[in-house]
Design a binder for this molecule. Structure first.
Ligand code: SF4
Ligand code: SF4
Length: 610
């Protein structure tokens, strides 16, 4: 016998479950249109991977999540993608969101499936990948992607795996009927999850108001290590934290997760989906939904294709429109009133109540709080609902947070007992929504600031790099200039030396030639008929050329000197000396030319040469 603990608070509302459990699960069939929202769970919406007009097969992936947390969406039957547009989706606000509209072709033709008979032969990551690819998200209501939930933080070992079959909320019987009719699949799915997590204890918690389900599950777990724990019927024993407390005696810390105390809780519907994903290769394209309420002639549980409009379901359950007063998605405690019946069934939809006015009468007008504290007495989370109400109503959200507003599981027990008919949960939802929005805006502005700071830092870094490159270029240019000038000076000095030597050589040559000329003149005086040799003439042409070269060099050096002076370069002195040298050289060349020309004139004027 499994040891059980109790949780504080709780209520015993009328169960109203028998209306939908008298008949076996029926198949709802294929509707005229399937509307498949891209976001059916917590996390990122899936991205469409098909186009309008595409024909798709049953089980084919039509949208997937590539970044962030999420699971794919599959075609619930074969047909043609008719539209990708915004449609009303299951949400308390009645909002619209992006959906894929599939027109079934009636053939219900499957895509290729890859069932696995022995998952033990696979790696754990492969099995987790199959669960993800099957699009499985928690089917108990929260809709957390199952493969991610099956990866607890590395530092937290899951010692106890719990399957939640409590289904404590009035009217809802989807899990009850699933356990009655699909017990073997539920157990097989739990075994797959246990193989992934390797807990030391596996337990399925079922409220004692479900004897058929308890019996079926007891039969199914025979030969396994799985325990069946029958727990007292009390609302909300099916709350994750409450069930953990009942079965383990441990409390999940405020703001924490079950893995913090070594526990993981999964829904029985999720276990069946895992079993089908592994052993049949079937993605999550249908689920068991309770259709109940006194406005229906044939209330019951149905196997419903994901995407089936609620209006189609109501028609198949014999809706008596004249009796209908209120449509509720979910249970009467935690569900919400639908503003339209055109919304589709999604992965987390477990119940639709078509209630008459007598069944779920409109709430009485809200009265002032009389401080009776009944709300606090029934709160399973041991909160202070009255104070939370005041702070939420006064928009003093910080104070509400301080009183652990986010530990509220929105079970509605406080609202249920409030004699003043105060819709307490609505105030808490409003406050949570506002706080989340403020946080989102804060996060958005923080991210914008971070992006701005990152941009500024990048611009500064780029500016610094640019400045550094500019300095390096300037340094390289200065070095090149200095090198060029040094080379020019060296060339100038070498050229000057060469020219000077050439001028000297020319003078020596001229002197020799004059000497020779004198000698030949003497000879010619003795031999008057011998004509004068051309070598005896001074080389005026060469001297003129040298003078021109010297003047050109001088001009160049003067130009360089002026440039250096303009730039206030270090080599001005050196260039001044070079210019002076060149100036001397020009002078000498001029003198040499003048001497040569004079010598020529003298020789021409000499009478003996005539
Ligand atoms: S139950 Fe209602 S009236 Fe009583 S204390 Fe709580 S909020 Fe006030
Ligand atoms: S709705 Fe929140 S505050 Fe009210 S009883 Fe439930 S957990 Fe407590």
């Amino acid at each position: 016998m499994t040891q059980l603990w109790d949780f504080s608070g709780g209520i015993h509302p009328p169960e109203n479950k028998h209306q939908s459990t008298s008949r076996p699960i029926r198949v709802a069939g294929i509707p005229e249109r399937l509307v498949l929202p891209l976001q059916q769970h917590i996390g990122e919406p899936a991205e469409v991977i098909v186009g309008v007009g595409d024909r798709v097969l049953k089980g084919q992936k039509i949208a997937d999540v590539t970044t962030g947390m999420g699971v794919p969406v599959h075609a619930s039957t074969s047909g043609v993608i008719e539209a990708i547009e915004q449609r009303p989706v299951p949400h308390p606000s009645g909002m619209a969101d992006w959906c894929i509209v599939l027109k079934p072709d009636g053939e219900d033709q499957w895509c290729e499936r890859k069932p696995v008979s022995d998952y033990h032969q696979l790696e754990r990551e492969q099995v987790l990948g199959m669960i993800r690819d099957a699009g499985i998200a928690g089917m108990g209501g929260a809709g957390f992607p199952t493969d991610i939930k099956l990866r607890p933080p590395r530092d937290r070992k899951v010692e106890t795996l719990i399957l939640n079959g409590a289904e404590c909320e009035p009217y809802i019987t989807a899990d009850d009927m699933t356990m009655r009719e699909h017990a073997a699949e539920v157990v097989a799915g739990m075994q797959v999850m246990a193989w992934i997590l390797r807990p030391s204890r596996c337990v399925i918690g079922i409220e004692d108001n479900k004897p058929e389900a308890i019996s079926a599950m007891r039969n199914a777990v025979q030969g396994t290590q799985i325990e069946i724990a029958v727990i007292p019927t009390k609302y909300p024993s099916g709350g994750e934290k409450q069930l953990i407390q009942i079965l383990t005696g441990q409390e999940v810390p405020s703001g924490g997760i079950p893995a913090d105390i070594g526990v993981m809780c999964q829904n029985v519907g999720t276990a069946m989906a895992v079993s089908r994903a592994i052993f049949d290769g079937t993605p999550l394209i249908s689920r068991v939904v309770t259709l109940t309420g006194d406005a229906l002639q044939e209330a019951g549980t149905f196997e419903v294709l994901i995407g089936t409009p609620v209006s189609d379901l109501l028609a198949s359950a014999g809706l008596q429109t004249s009796k209908l007063n209120r449509l509720v998605l979910g249970g009467p405690m935690m569900g919400f009133t639908l503003t339209t019946d055109s919304i589709p069934v999604v992965k987390t939809s477990n119940c639709v109540i078509a209630a008459t006015a007598q069944e779920l009468p409109a709430p009485s007008p809200e009265q002032p709080c009389i401080r009776c504290s009944q709300c606090a007495d029934v709160c399973p989370m041991e909160l202070l609902p009255q104070q939370l109400f005041w702070y939420s109503k006064a928009a003093e959200f910080e104070k509400a947070e301080h009183l652990n507003l986010f530990d509220c599981i929105e079970c509605g027990a406080c609202s249920y007992v409030c004699p003043s008919s105060i819709p307490l949960v609505q105030y808490y939802r409003y406050a949570k929504g506002e706080i989340r929005q403020q946080r989102a805006e804060q996060l958005k502005s923080d991210r914008a600031r971070e992006r701005f700071e990152a941009r500024q830092a990048r611009l500064e870094r780029e500016q610094q790099e640019k400045e550094q490159r500019r300095k390096e270029r300037a340094k390289a240019a200065a070095e090149a200039q200095a090198r060029k000038q040094a080379e020019a000076e060296q060339a100038a000095e070498q050229g000057e030396a060469v020219d000077e030597r050439a001028a000297k050589a020319a003078l020596v040559q001229q002197a020799l030639e004059r000497k020779k000329a004198k000698a030949s003149k003497t000879t010619s005086e003795t031999e008057p008929d011998t004509p004068a040799s051309p070598q005896e003439q001074p080389d005026v042409e060469a001297l003129e050329k040298q003078l021109m070269q010297a003047e050109a060099k001088l001009n160049t050096m003067q130009g360089m000197l002026e440039e250096a002076k303009a730039q206030q370069a270090d080599n001005v002195d050196k260039l001044e000396r070079a210019v002076a040298k060149n100036y001397d050289r020009v002078e000498r060349a001029r003198q040499a030319l003048a001497d040569a020309q004079k010598a020529m004139a003298t020789e021409t004027d000499t009478p003996s040469s005539e």
